[in-house]
Write a new protein. Structure first.
Length: 378
């Protein structure tokens, strides 16, 4: 039987406990397991860095929601990204990344992977010709964020998958901003889906985590080996909290989208706002592509004002919007990317405009959020 998204979010990987009937998966808060005999671990469990039943439940649910065969959970989104690079690439390989990638991802490539021998080129991935020009003979991955962080750019996943596969490269899609509820890149031809599960998947700003989802069994085996060998896995309680967040992902995303649409419309009419970056607006350059590959347009809204001082002042004056990094929680956040989440990109080709403000629109009463923006912009 084929189930809908919300049914899978509640039930995939989460059968009632066979011993007690508990409907919520237990937290297996253990580091090791009693074995039935030497070389015969019970149900395959021997050490929780390698496997843990609570983490397995989360991984199964994530794979199901992304339409993938294998899911792997990590201690953070960057841990997932680093593990993927080590498993899929070798020193001397090349990667194409977005020209407005998340600051942490850019830092991973420019300050860590580059020292390991991995080279990279930033390209405007919504421009297919520019993407093709960025590919080299040794390009192993095309790394996509859609929507991007923080400029909300949109890339055509199906087209870029074709471009990557023509050159024997893999297409990696960071699906953090959209979440599996709004977008399923594997169905569009992507090879790997990346998540910071800290964000919409967890949804409550109380746990840090990351994930990879794939369909290819050989790649999955390599990723699983590196997950164990590198050891960047979260604990059982982290997995349990993330799984709890997943159960309400669909209903939360609907409210995030409702509120974000209202706020984007309001900001687009405000005299002190020079531009609004939200793919749900018809004037957004990626609107048609987003409408084709996303269920709705997400809860992230960025906007530009007259100058950097004004942007900082707006962030500092907000009251209901909490000044803080991260995103995707039930509470609304506001931040200045140039000085906060993307400070690592300062002085590079990926530097974020100083007049930009990024909103993570929560699920509060939208009229209260609009009133807060009104006074912050006053």
């Amino acid at each position: 039987m084929t189930y809908g998204f919300d049914t899978l979010a509640i039930h995939a990987g989460q059968d009632p406990d066979p011993r007690t009937g508990a409907v919520v998966p237990p937290i297996f808060q253990t580091s090791t397991y009693a074995q039935d005999a030497v070389g015969a671990p019970r149900l395959g469990y021997e050490y929780s860095r390698t496997t843990n039943p609570t983490r397995d439940a989360l991984q199964d649910c994530l794979a199901s929601l992304e339409g993938g065969r294998t899911g792997l959970a990590f201690a953070s989104g960057l841990a997932a990204e680093d593990t993927l690079l080590r498993a899929a690439c070798r020193p001397g390989d090349h990667v194409v990344i977005p020209n407005d990638a998340y600051g942490g991802t850019f830092r991973l490539f420019s300050k860590v992977a580059e020292r390991w021998g991995l080279t990279w080129t930033a390209a405007h991935l919504s421009n297919v010709d520019e993407t093709r020009r960025a590919i080299r003979d040794n390009t192993r991955l095309i790394w996509v964020e859609t929507p991007t962080n923080p400029l909300l750019g949109i890339a055509d996943i199906a087209t870029l998958a074709q471009v990557a596969h023509e050159r024997d490269a893999l297409l990696v899609v960071d699906n953090t901003f959209a979440s599996p509820y709004l977008q399923q890149p594997l169905a569009l031809g992507a090879d790997v889906v990346v998540h910071s599960t800290t964000k919409y998947v967890g949804g409550h700003s109380d746990v840090v985590g990351g994930a990879l989802v794939v369909n290819d069994d050989e790649l999955a085996a390599s990723l699983r080996f590196h997950q164990n060998a590198m050891g960047a896995v979260g604990g059982p309680f982290d997995a349990w909290l993330t799984l709890r967040g997943l159960r309400t992902l669909g209903v939360r995303m609907e409210r995030h989208c409702d509120n974000a649409e209202r706020i984007a419309e309001y900001l687009s009419r405000h005299p002190k706002v020079s531009s609004v970056l939200y793919p749900g607006l018809p004037e957004h350059p990626g609107h048609e592509t987003a409408a084709k590959q996303m269920r709705r347009f997400g809860g992230m809204v960025s906007f530009r004002v007259t100058d950097e001082d004004t942007a900082v002042a707006v962030c500092n004056r907000a009251r209901l919007f909490i000044l803080g990094e991260s995103l995707g929680g039930v509470e609304s956040l506001i931040e200045h990317p140039h000085r906060m989440t993307h400070a690592s990109a300062a002085g590079s080709a990926l530097e974020v405009p100083g007049d930009l403000v990024r909103l993570s629109v929560g699920i509060e009463t939208v009229d209260d959020l609009l009133a807060d923006l009104e006074q912050a912009l006053a």
